[in-house]
Design a protein. Structure first.
Length: 396
């Protein structure tokens, strides 16, 4: 009998009861706008910022409307101007080059290694060409962050971290998002906490924090923040920083606060599932498992593997056969961007240079989401199906 999987790769867990109650309380009082506060009230959004700052050990935190908005705000805060070059990953998702395009700047793509992290040699080679690196920890893979910061510090490059897939992860114990000047996170449904849409931005730099608050649309009400610098810092920048509204509201913040409290436990549950799938795939002929470095604390909310040097037809055949058995794989090598996949050369608004070594890797990257609604038994079944279908195509 052929085994099939019938679960949904896009079904996340429900919002926890505590979060639902907090949301209903906000709806009952009606003060959804973050600066709409009753006397003495601190507000869900300001409290969320204070709590997330403490959680990652940052001085300042700003909650915003989306992860992509957080990235664009970070680029504006570090003074990226129209026409400026910005280094970024060739292997990432559309909101990353999109945030660069949103400020009129131009991405310079840096290659990807077989570990699915940014190619540090390519970065070193291109370091002289830009003053900012928008570093995407794509699919949760952290590069050697110590080496990366050495390269960037030596070249005078400011690092903005895209932690959409690394909320809860760490490098050598340092929370992801805390090595660069600014760390940006997404709270969108498919990330590690779920408010539908939402983003968080953290930094230790008071000027960057004040600028980000002003940019997000603070209507000079920045004194109502609990994780922002003191008013004198705002005095320095408030006349020169435009309002580009993208605030978070109290409803989303209310939903997020209880989820952040259980993030570590959720990370553990993701990693149990990840390890089951990884074990099930290991040793499959023709398939390369991505080994995780000892310094990396990861969040296994998705799994990647490589079908390196396979022909397009054979990769497509694996995807098709797995889909027939209910296993939804995504392929970053496909010529056309589909759903959430895309390649650096699919962003035609941004010029790119040929990157044959990265193309070879991108052509073999297979990606799969692991929602927490999957049981460990589901994960074993999924791994058996992939193993069997990769094996069948590999032998044929
Ligand atoms: C989701 C995501 C973002 C931010 O996306 P939003 O949908 O704007 O919250 C940024 N980078 C990557 C790699 C992502 O997957």
């Amino acid at each position: 009998m052929t085994e099939r999987f019938s679960g949904s790769f896009t079904q996340q867990e429900p919002i926890p009861e505590e979060a639902i109650e907090a949301a209903v309380a906000v709806l009952r009082h009606g003060r959804l706008h973050r600066y709409n506060l009753a006397p003495g009230e601190l507000g869900e959004t300001a409290l969320l910022e204070q709590e997330f700052a403490a959680q990652v050990g940052a001085k300042y935190c700003l909650a915003v409307a989306s992860g992509g908005y957080a990235l664009a705000t970070a680029l504006r805060a570090v003074e990226v101007k129209p026409g400026d070059p910005v280094l970024t990953n060739a292997f990432t998702l559309a909101p990353v080059p999109g945030s660069i395009a949103s400020v009129g700047a131009k991405p310079i793509f840096v290659g990807v290694t077989e570990s699915l992290t940014i190619d540090l040699e390519d970065l070193a080679a291109k370091a002289g060409r830009a003053k900012v690196l928008l570093l995407s920890h794509m699919r949760g893979h952290l590069c050697d962050m110590d080496r990366l910061m050495e390269i960037c510090d030596a070249a005078g490059i400011t690092v903005v971290e895209d932690c959409a897939h690394t909320m809860g992860a760490a490098w050598n114990g340092v929370p992801s998002g805390r090595q660069g000047a600014i760390g940006c996170y997404s709270c969108q449904t498919y990330k590690h906490v779920n408010s539908g849409e939402g983003g968080l931005l953290v930094t230790d730099d008071e000027d960057l924090a004040a600028k980000a608050v002003m940019l997000s649309g603070s209507y000079m009400l920045y004194e109502r923040h609990l994780a922002a610098p003191p008013p004198e810092v705002f005095e320095r920048i408030k006349y020169d920083t435009p309002n580009i509204s993208g605030r978070m509201d109290n409803l989303r913040a209310a939903i997020l606060r209880p989820q952040l409290k259980t993030l570590d436990a959720q990370v553990e549950r993701w990693n149990e599932r990840y390890r089951v799938i990884e074990e099930g795939l290991r040793g499959t002929p023709g398939l390369t498992v991505i080994e995780r470095p000892a310094a990396e604390t990861y969040v296994g909310s998705s799994v990647q593997f490589l079908l390196l040097d396979w022909s397009e037809e054979r990769v497509a055949e694996v995807i098709r056969r797995c889909a027939e058995r209910g296993v939804e794989l995504k392929w970053f090598g496909g010529a056309e961007p589909v759903g959430f996949t895309s390649r650096y050369d699919s962003w035609r608004y941004a010029e790119s240079e040929p990157m044959p070594e990265s193309d070879r890797i991108l052509a073999g990257i297979i990606d799969m989401r692991v929602p927490l609604t999957f049981s460990l038994e589901d994960c074993r079944l999924i791994a058996r199906i992939i193993r069997a279908e990769v094996g069948a195509v590999h032998q044929s």
